[in-house]
Design a protein. Structure first.
Length: 96
């Protein structure tokens, strides 16, 4: 039985097939349900293109669910934190 995961994206256009670093939530029933972790994973918008994969549900930043599930194969669990200083890139994004 395959596992199910959920991820959020800012824009669907940013999500493409291939190896990606993602934050995912585990949707498997039980005490670990909704645990979030950062992973490096191979993803595909067509489950047929990624055999023996798990299910990845994708939601927009506003919470709109993509009705078509993606496929995910976790390659590596990444650290629980991201190194760096918080909010330092906001000025670059705003071009200040």
């Amino acid at each position: 039985m395959s596992k199910e995961y959920l991820t959020y994206v800012r824009q669907y256009a940013d999500l493409r097939d291939g190896v990606r670093n993602l934050f995912i939530k585990d949707l498997t029933p039980g005490p670990r349900k909704y645990d979030t972790k950062q992973v490096q994973a191979m993803i595909s918008n067509s489950p047929a293109n990624l055999p023996e994969s798990d299910v990845l549900w994708v939601r927009s930043e506003m919470g709109v669910l993509d009705p078509n599930p993606w496929a995910i194969k976790i390659l590596e669990d990444l650290p629980d934190y991201v190194e760096g200083r918080p909010y330092t890139d906001i000025f670059v994004a705003l071009k200040w």
